[in-house]
Design a protein around this ligand. Sequence first.
Ligand code: A2P
Length: 343
Amino acid sequence: MKTYRVAVAGATGAVGVEFLRLLEERKFPMSSLKLLASARSAGKTMQFAGRDVKVEELTENSFNDVDIAFFSAGGSISKLYGPIAAKAGAVVVDNSSAFRMDPNVPLVIPEINPEACEAHKGIIANPNCSTIIAITPLWPIHKVNPIQRLIAATYQAASGAGAAAMTELEESTRAYLENRPFEQKILPHPYAFNLFSHNAKVDPVTGYNEEETKMVKETKKIFGDPNIRVSATCVRVPVLRAHSEALNIECERPITPEEVKSLLENAPGVKIVDDPEKNYFPMPKDASGKDDILVGRIRTDTSDPSGKSIAMFVAGDQLLKGAALNAVQIAEVLVQRGWVHGA
Ligand code: A2P
């Protein structure tokens, strides 16, 4: 079996730490592992498979001996170093939004469009976390009864804004309970016992923020369906690491909740959690640390008398399927299908 020289850019971040854990847990075939971060972290050590690995400063020369480079250090770092890594011969799997809508860059959820990876020119984009968590469970439905319209409302965790935002949520909650003042530095509004419209920039023309626009555009690209109509309202809630979303879909033909359940029962990456008797449905607490996206509250949307609309509620770990896990699965597709060089 071939092995690969792997680098993780942003190794010390919230997603970076999950990359290390997943590469170890899933026994990714590696011959070497390079951990890259800012100069602030250079020289620190991180644990991988029971041994210490030194963190190196990310520079232009970091990728000369790398086959697969996972990037999760923010959009500007990806924009700058992604093309450098690709030029040096690595295949970049990029977790930022830098290249997602570039027509030359595949945007991939392995449960949906793994074959898109083949056309890569050195960079493959990992979709936005809210997009992945919404549309992975929708794909099995879309394949048999095309979704014409999706309306999503998100309940997004702190982890999407990075490790520092998670710390800010914990510290501001502690301060709130101890009746101490707290000055937030990472997020724009008080987070403890509060929620607010997603902190991405709002387009003054459309009124949609960038997170919402990502969900609209990325869904069309991943489904390969420019006609699907999507609208989203994205909100940050004081949860550490799993996003939840209320989804309303309108299909081409009538569809029942039973049909949806049977389509999702054995779908990869999805687990049905739907117990109306116990009022037990997907919760971020249950989705945290889990690979699967939890799906429940599957019911007919009675506001549409045609019977074509379904409402549901999903929860998925933002750091795993929303980020590191999806990226590692992309790399596994590359390895399994021979779409990356190894030795
Ligand atoms: P560092 O820990 O050295 O700042 P998060 O998404 O959790 O905020 O993590 C961001 C990741 O991106 C961290 O690993 C961080 O490293 C890394 N990073 C931030 N700025 C740079 C930079 N200028 N060069 C390389 N890595 C960076």
